[in-house]
Design a protein around this ligand. Structure first.
Ligand SMILES: Nc1ncnc2c1ncn2[C@@H]1O[C@H](COP(=O)(O)OP(=O)(O)O)[C@@H](O)[C@H]1O
Ligand SMILES: [Mg+2]
Length: 364
């Protein structure tokens, strides 16, 4: 029987490209183990065909060779990345990427951040009628924008920390921030990820620096707009959603400081406990809230919803991720493993959902 062809899109031009490449490598290896023919592509740098057709780039075992990649300690230098791209290349898609996607049965989106996660890629693939994994563009647009997502959570009756949103950082009124939010607070680029550009300032001086950091070009995720959120002191939990069900919560305990970029991707810097050591009541409440947020944001087959819980046991949703980290040691795969779903099966389930939706569309 002919093997199903899956194009795995990773890399990209966002500050989270290294994290994405790590996810893409592991996903590709797992899909090859499950019997698919796989082509892993950097969506932004593209691929040379070297005389082959796009369809010939898909390899199955034994020709397929495993990829290995370790996320460096600091986010990538995007200027240096631009210099590696041909000056003739314009737009988001690198050479031959769309041709390879068209030759695939399904595209597995392993991107994080920017156009890969904010719905633009999903909308493009949808218009081209190329089947892809995960959430549709509308869910991605809202989930990626923390201001829109928080409004949606509130209107669905889900708790999220109080916040202020300013379209331009010049409009920030410090008196209002002090009165309504206070210090410490969380200052964020509204459409960022991996904690890039986020600070937790303790006072007015640090707050001004935090605003500059969040809107600066290399933070990404901001067009000069800014989100300022009440700081929630307490424990942090994530709850994965897979196929309409909540997975066991995982607790994240950073060993140094808070859950910043380095803590997220250098395993010795955080302690992750799954299933989280909390009461059955809190587990059930977090799972119900995660599912409610997932539904309120119209997300697809999988997502990961993040929470802070204060000392009184009150929990607040921080955000929902439509494309959570997907290396075997990432949070969602750890939660799936705790629910008895090994990594290879998790990747296969996500691919199969896209294949199923493709067949449904074809028969309509
Ligand atoms: N309101 C808050 N109170 C306390 N800590 C926060 C708050 N918002 C964010 N953080 C910390 O910053 C991290 C990143 O914030 P998050 O909103 O999830 O952004 P990102 O999309 O970059 O992951 C969180 O995992 C948490 O540790
Ligand atoms: Mg987060």
């Amino acid at each position: 029987m002919k093997k199903m062809k899956i194009a795995v899109l990773a890399g990209g031009n966002s500050a989270e490209r290294d994290v994405s490449w790590a996810s893409g490598c592991k996903i590709s290896n797992a899909l090859a183990d499950s019997g698919y023919a796989v082509a892993l592509l950097d969506v932004w740098l593209g691929v040379e065909l070297n005389g082959k057709t796009a369809g010939e780039l898909f390899l199955a075992r034994p020709e397929y060779r495993d990829y290995a990649f370790q996320v460096p300690r600091t986010p990538p230098n995007l200027e240096e990345l631009k210099s590696r791209r041909s000056p003739h290349c314009a737009g988001y898609f690198g050479p031959n990427v769309l041709d390879v996607c068209r030759a695939a049965d399904v595209v597995f989106i392993a991107l994080h951040g920017a156009a890969g996660e904010n719905g633009q890629l999903q909308a493009t693939l949808g218009l081209l009628e190329i089947p892809f994994t995960g959430s549709d563009f509308a869910g991605c647009v809202v989930a990626m924008d923390k201001h829109l997502a928080k409004r949606q959570m509130r209107s669905a009756g889900q708790r999220t920390a109080d916040w202020l949103y300013y379209q331009r950082c010049e409009d920030i009124d410090e008196e209002t921030v002090r009165e309504k939010i206070g210090f410490p607070c969380a200052v964020k680029p509204p459409r960022g990820g991996s904690s890039i550009g986020i600070s937790l300032p303790q006072n007015a001086g640090e707050f001004r620096e935090a605003v500059q950091k969040a809107v600066s070009a290399d933070a990404g995720g901001s067009d000069g707009d800014i989100l300022i959120e009440k700081y929630i002191q307490g424990r942090e939990f994530c709850v994965g959603i897979l196929d309409g069900k909540a997975l066991p919560p995982i607790e994240i305990i950073p060993r140094y400081g808070w859950f910043d970029y380095e803590s997220k991707y250098q395993s010795e810097r955080t302690n992750e406990v799954c299933p989280a050591e909390i009461t059955d009541e809190l587990t059930a409440a977090l799972q119900a809230a995660a599912l409610a947020v997932h539904k309120a944001l119209h997300l697809g087959f999988y997502s990961r919803v993040d929470f802070k819980v204060d000392s009184a046991g009150t929990f607040y949703c921080l955000e929902a991720n439509t494309l959570p980290g997907m290396t075997p040691t990432s949070l969602l795969p750890q939660e799936a493993a705790a629910a008895g779903i090994p990594y290879e099966q998790l990747c296969d389930m996500i691919a199969k959902d896209a294949i199923r939706r493709r067949s449904e569309k074809a028969s309509n």
